[in-house]
Design a protein around this ligand. Structure first.
Ligand SMILES: Nc1nc2c(ncn2[C@@H]2O[C@H](COP(=O)(O)OP(=O)(O)OP(=O)(O)O)[C@@H](O)[C@H]2O)c(=O)[nH]1
Ligand SMILES: [Mg+2]
Length: 488
């Protein structure tokens, strides 16, 4: 198990002494077997969780896989190796993130856990104990939970054999302390999770087929026709991947990866289409009614930038994060600012496909259920998944364009038309802009007048600690010097 993405895979390969695990991430557990230090070893790599996200924010797929990891090394693992990086601070917040994820296996799991510190020789010759003592509180808590069991793997080191031998010795000592027992997961929880995974896989398969059928029907009507122009709006929560998705669509670094309050507008020619992409400002995490009016107007304005209206609204969501009821409420409240038929023009665009690895997106959808299901129903089962980290993968963008064109076909060749509500919001935003300029000028005028009256201040700083200086502002004339009163 790994806290924060570093790559369990490299630790797994290091222990087995060969490249058994791929460095590619996977949302499902990966099992490998081999030999190390004269023992037969089964290693199960658990998908990583986001370092700063609580268990309540982790998606169901990840939670299920953590639980099921124990059944891949039946009858149960001798050790749970919790990988912690030494080159990153271990903060108080990490404590509850780790606790939530590890304890999915049950509270007793701590007596079978060893903290495995990894780094690419970040510590050099510095003893790990110095790192532990310097980090303090939260890391001490973790080590106490594991009865002070830890080991360091320096994956760059040449002494791999000795490091692995030492680690396996520590595992054996721990097993002896546990009355020669391996860890056994609660059978009911395990059975229930297995059943949920089985059903999710069935439904995922069914969903894939339904989508395929639905798309084939529309495709047969479209033939080879494609739109010469595409206008798209990216919207979603903070750091969902809007700018990255925009860059992947346009095939260049058009959007900067920084949070902006104002909408951004970029254009380009992609696959023989003139593409306009607008990124609307990220949604506030709370109630839309409580957000500043300026922000609401900016959100409406982002659609206006796609004049006469966007072909698609892309709702951007991360696949590696839970889509909660609260997220859904905020999203719905935003779309309610627009007209009712907005749902006919929306597609859910998942990012972070690389986290899924070989796992189909449908497995994530079916494991999540609840709010995500309802959202997809509203979008009539239209979704797409992107890995924005991969460059020059034209296929993922082409497929998105095809899905957008199918949606436009379903909408009888119509894009989302800007309604009066949006036009009113744009007018209100312009008026606010004009008033803002006037206010700025008004605020500047008296300052400039004062400045002209008093001239400039000149400040002398004497490097004598007992010298008190009183400076009086004076108008600087040709023959005027500054009036300085000093007292020691
Ligand atoms: N691994 C991976 N990282 C991604 C992917 N998409 C986005 N990211 C990362 O996620 C982080 C946020 O991405 P942005 O594109 O800035 O997200 P955003 O929604 O525009 O963020 P704000 O505008 O700040 O709300 C960045 O560190 C990206 O590199 C993806 O498909 N895979
Ligand atoms: Mg952005």
């Amino acid at each position: 198990m790994e806290h924060g993405a570093l790559g369990n895979s490299s630790a797994g390969n290091f222990i087995l002494g060969k490249k058994e695990f791929e460095s590619r991430r996977s949302a499902e557990c990966v099992k490998r077997q081999g030999e190390a230090a004269g023992r037969k070893i089964t290693l199960v790599e658990v998908p990583d969780w986001r370092k700063n996200r609580e268990i309540t924010e982790s998606c169901q797929l990840l939670q299920q896989e953590i639980v099921l990891s124990t059944s891949l090394c039946a009858p149960g693992p001798h050790a749970i190796l919790l990988i912690v990086r030494t080159d990153v601070a271990f903060r108080e917040a990490d404590r509850s993130v780790i606790e939530g994820h590890v304890e999915l296996l049950g509270e007793k799991v701590w007596s079978h856990t060893i903290v495995l510190f990894t780094s690419e020789n970040y510590l050099g010759d510095t003893p790990i104990e110095l790192h532990i003592e310097s980090e303090g509180g939260a890391l001490h808590w973790l080590l106490e939970k594991c009865s002070n069991r830890y080991h360091v793997l320096t994956t760059e080191s040449r002494h791999a054999g000795i490091q692995v031998q030492d680690l396996l010795d520590k595992v054996e000592e721990m097993v002896a302390e546990n009355s020669s027992c391996h860890y056994e997961m609660d059978r009911e929880i395990l059975k229930d999770t297995e059943e949920r995974k089985r059903k999710a896989n069935e439904r995922a398969h069914q969903r894939q087929q339904n989508v395929q059928k639905q798309r084939q029907n529309i495709r047969s009507q479209i033939g080879d026709r494609k739109l010469s122009e595409l206008r798209l709006v990216l919207m979603g929560h903070r750091t969902a991947g809007k700018s990255s998705a925009g860059n992947t669509i346009l095939g260049r670094e058009a959007f900067e990866l920084k949070t902006a309050v104002q909408s951004e507008f970029k254009q380009g020619t992609v696959a023989d289409r003139e593409v306009t992409v607008v990124e609307s400002p990220c949604w506030s995490e709370s109630n839309v009614q409580n957000t500043a009016k300026m922000y609401q107007l900016e959100f409406m304005h982002s659609l206006f930038l796609c004049h006469p209206g966007p072909h698609a609204l892309l709702l951007v969501l991360r696949v590696d994060t839970k889509y909660s009821e609260m997220n859904n409420r905020v999203l719905e409240e935003h779309l309610e600012l627009l007209s009712q038929n907005v749902w006919n023009h929306t597609i859910v665009l998942f990012t972070h496909e690389d986290w899924l690895g070989q796992t189909p997106i449908e497995r994530h959808i079916e494991s999540e259920g609840g709010a995500l299901h309802r959202l997809l129903e509203k979008c009539r089962n239209r979704y797409h998944v992107l890995n924005t980290k991969v460059k020059n993968d034209d296929m993922q963008v082409m497929q998105l364009f095809e899905k957008i064109e199918e949606m436009v076909e379903e909408n009888k060749h119509c894009y989302y038309q800007l309604d009066q509500k949006i036009l009113d919001a744009v007018k209100e935003r312009r008026r606010a802009e004009e008033r803002a300029k006037e206010r700025e000028l008004k605020a500047q005028r008296p300052r400039e007048e004062n400045r002209a009256k008093i001239g400039e201040y000149i400040v002398f700083v004497f490097p004598h600690e007992h010298m008190h200086i009183c400076l009086k502002p004076v108008h600087i004339c040709n023959d005027n010097y500054i009036n300085v009163h000093t007292s020691a």
